[in-house]
Ligand binder design. Structure first.
Ligand SMILES: [Zn+2]
Length: 270
């Protein structure tokens, strides 16, 4: 009986996570995994990454670089309220990890990590950094990680097993064992599962709007992804494994950037 109730609740959990804005992203989403679980998995997985980086003396090593990344990221974060009412109150974190990897991510609930390899190998301008951070923040606002985890759960354990997993809680919340499994699974799923093409397109559109509203030139996304493309010829598997790209992508970004350029002109700093 408990399973049935949970299944009914789960199956009704499909809606759009963000408000419909100028970027016109309003797809209904497959969100079986409850939001609090995605948030707790994201937060635990982020803690693990921070701990590892600290142990290796790789966390926030270059002070100027950290200040620069945080300044840009928090201007983007100042605009998230446009896309959803609750996101300004998320417990946002912005850190830089020393790494050769050309990558960045934003885990569920606003946990941002930028790798030094991305900044250095692309020689990113402030506008290009804003484009990258905007794209990653957009994934978090749209809860793409939660969507990917929902799909993976159902594929792996089926709906019944998923309901059983969820019902494995005591009254004070998740049992300790389930929470531990959740953190490990969250990290695995977050890093292993690629975003779908549709999710990439949404993150591109919302990312452009976020950057423009924060006063950064949205056309920088075009130069950024050209640089990324050039690097990908020399292999940047880590980024492309979670952010699938295609030939038309830069053209689409360029069109979308023109459409919201007026937001940049209204908000630009200089
Ligand atoms: Zn992406």
């Amino acid at each position: 009986m408990r399973f049935v109730v949970i299944l009914v609740l789960l199956l009704t959990g499909c809606a759009s996570t963000t408000l419909n804005t100028e970027s016109e992203v309003d797809r209904n989403q497959f969100l079986l995994l409850p939001e609090y679980m995605a948030l707790s998995m994201g937060s635990d997985a982020y803690r693990q990454e921070i701990k590892k980086a600290e142990e290796n003396n790789d966390l926030n090593v270059d002070e100027d670089q950290v200040l620069r990344v945080r300044k840009i990221a928090y201007r983007i974060i100042d605009q998230v309220h446009v896309f959803r009412d609750d996101a300004s109150d998320w417990n946002w974190e912005v850190n830089v990890q020393q790494s050769e990897q050309v990558n960045a991510y934003c885990m569920p609930g606003g946990k941002i990590m930028v790798y030094s390899g991305f900044i250095e190998k692309t020689d990113a301008t402030d506008d290009e950094l804003a484009a990258m951070i905007g794209h990653e923040v957009a994934h978090a606002l749209r809860e793409h990680g939660r969507e990917r985890m929902s799909t993976a759960f159902v594929q792996q354990v089926g709906l019944i097993g998923f309901a059983a997993y969820l019902s494995n809680r005591d009254d004070s919340g998740l049992s300790k064992q389930a929470a531990l499994q959740g953190a490990a699974l969250g990290a695995t799923l977050f890093f292993a599962l690629p975003n779908s093409r549709e999710q990439e397109r949404e993150a591109d559109k919302i990312g452009l709007e976020l950057a423009a509203r924060a006063g950064y030139n949205p056309m920088a996304a075009v130069s950024l992804w050209r640089k990324m493309d050039a690097l990908s010829d020399a292999k940047i598997p880590e980024f492309l494994s979670t952010h699938p790209s295609n030939e038309n992508r830069i053209e689409d970004i360029s069109e979308d950037a023109k459409k919201i350029n007026h937001l940049y002109l209204e908000n630009k700093i200089n």
